[in-house]
Design a protein around this ligand. Structure first.
Ligand SMILES: Cc1cc2nc3c(=O)[nH]c(=O)nc-3n(C[C@H](O)[C@H](O)[C@H](O)COP(=O)(O)OP(=O)(O)OC[C@H]3O[C@@H](n4cnc5c(N)ncnc54)[C@H](O)[C@@H]3O)c2cc1C
Length: 459
């Protein structure tokens, strides 16, 4: 028997659970798989914060062709959508709530069957040690492997909040969790809205609050006041040749590649360039020295993100119209304090700043306990955890290779690790690991997992 725990049942956790079930099924393994799936949210319908919204204009920001969580079955989501009456095409931007239904469908396929035992556990895991997971409700022991798929965690974002009761109800700290609350104000009351941040969440929130409070003026603020654009057609007739992606690749080489690209294309744009190098970004990131990575984050990151992340064209057009009609104003400003003075100027303030990747600032008790026990370490760039290419903490040594971390916690190592195509890639790597492991166990090429003592003998 092999017992595996997956903590967090968003798309990463669901994908890994499906993969493990399929590996066992395909290899028709005689070794029993006991799978424990932990999720802290109470509703089984919850599939992660990105897909809770039921507002129909909230669309995915990645086209349907890239939203399959299974790298080895890239049309899986499109096929499901067609079988279920949504009929998305490759370049469609699906409704977030439909994607949530797709994930729920995947969850519902995770049921016990011959030699595979699946346990759904609603509990928040707050600690891990020695193959044992501590939940808020009880302790779960004897895990040979644990996969942490915790997703975007809430944390301190360099903003001080100091509000008296009267104002606190008009400040929305976690917009995706508080969508219902945003909807509950009387429309006469809401005339001015401040959105902190000008990225993807801001665009979604601007559209949402405008639909609820059409009379209100919206101000969105950030350091550079850059806001995302929509996907343009892939550039024609050019292809980035990954010639210089050797060990010695430097930031200056990236600048060089941009210049070469500009000469090659008639009307070049930075967006087109990023489209061309998309598949090489993580490779380039690895090749840069840490000093250059810091420089990149300091000087290029916010501009890069604007070009790198897309919003659907319909949303982009809506944003442009709001700006043109002076309903939405974008301002270069840094807000460091949410206090009564600020709140007296706006009827509603929504924090759209996105997640923090600095682990020490994350509020999750599990992450803090893992840090305290040195099971994970802050990445030197303060971007997620220090992990190896499989998502395991390599400072623990190979004999402790039974913990995997999937999702944006890998961001320091793989700068592209937040959207679904990146997550699908990470899950696929871990899948290959388990495929190999089971093959080896079946053929007796590696030591067996002993049932009673949790000594893991596998190479
Ligand atoms: C608003 C929003 C929109 C997005 N839109 C897109 C998009 O259009 N396309 C795209 O590719 N990406 C999008 N993303 C990125 C998105 O984060 C990823 O695509 C993906 O959904 C992340 O999945 P995940 O499973 O890693 O994390 P999550 O979806 O965050 O899931 C993590 C799960 O773990 C649970 N959990 C956390 N800690 C514990 C614990 N200690 N114990 C038990 N359970 C725990 C959480 O409750 C949650 O259910 C969006 C993100 C957000 C926030």
């Amino acid at each position: 028997m092999i017992q595996i725990g997956i903590v967090g049942m968003g798309v990463s956790g669901i994908t890994m659970a499906c993969y493990l079930r399929d590996i066992w099924r395909q290899q028709n393994s005689k070794i029993k798989l006991k799978l424990y799936l932990f999720e802290k949210e109470e509703s089984f319908h919850y599939t992660g914060p990105a897909y809770v919204t039921t507002y129909s204009s909230h669309l995915l920001n990645v086209p349907a062709k890239s939203m399959s969580p299974f790298r080895d079955d890239p049309h899986h989501f499109i096929r499901w959508s067609q079988e279920n009456g949504y009929c998305y095409q490759e370049m469609s931007y699906a409704c977030r709530s439909h994607y949530g239904k797709y994930l729920l469908h995947l969850k519902q396929t995770l049921v016990s069957q011959e030699n595979i035992e699946i346990h759904w556990v609603q509990d928040e895991i707050i600690d891990y040690q020695e193959h044992t997971l501590t939940g808020k409700k009880r302790i779960y022991s004897n895990f040979h492997y644990t996969l942490f798929a915790l997703g975007n965690l809430e944390g301190h974002k360099n903003i001080q909040v100091n509000l008296k009761d009267g104002h606190s109800s008009c400040y929305i700290e976690r917009p995706w969790k508080e969508l219902k609350k945003i909807n509950e104000f009387s429309s006469e009351k809401i005339k001015s809205i401040l959105l902190l941040g000008t990225g993807l969440t801001m665009s979604d929130m601007a559209s949402y609050v405008h639909s609820l409070y059409p009379e209100a003026k919206i101000e969105a603020v950030s350091r550079h006041a850059l806001f995302p654009t929509s996907k343009k057609k892939d550039p024609q007739g050019t292809e980035f040749v990954a010639t210089n992606l050797a060990e010695s690749f430097k930031l200056i080489d990236l600048v060089h590649e941009i210049n070469v690209f500009r000469k090659r294309v008639r009307r070049p744009s930075f967006h087109d360039f990023i489209q061309q190098i998309r598949h090489h970004i993580n490779h380039m990131w690895h090749a840069l020295h840490q000093k250059e990575q810091r420089q990149f984050l300091k000087y290029l990151w916010s501009f890069w993100n604007v070009e790198r992340h897309r919003i659907p064209q319909t949303l982009h057009e809506e944003m442009c119209l709001l700006v043109q009609n002076k309903i939405l104003t974008l301002k270069k400003k840094r807000v460091r304090k949410i206090n009564d003075e600020l709140m007296s100027k706006f009827d509603l303030v929504i924090n759209c700043l996105g997640p923090t990747y600095h682990l020490s600032r994350i509020h999750s008790p599990l992450v803090q306990n893992l840090l305290l026990k040195k099971i994970i370490q802050d990445h030197p760039l303060k971007m997620g955890a220090k992990l190896n290419e499989w998502g395991t903490p390599n400072h623990l040594g190979s004999e402790n290779n039974h913990l995997f971390f999937i999702g944006n916690i890998q961001i320091g190592e793989s700068i592209e690790s937040t959207a679904l195509p990146d997550i699908a890639e990470q899950c696929y790597k871990v899948k290959l690991y388990f495929e190999e492991l089971l093959k080896n166990l079946e053929s007796g090429r590696v030591g067996r997992i002993r049932d009673n003592s949790l000594q893991i003998d596998i190479c």
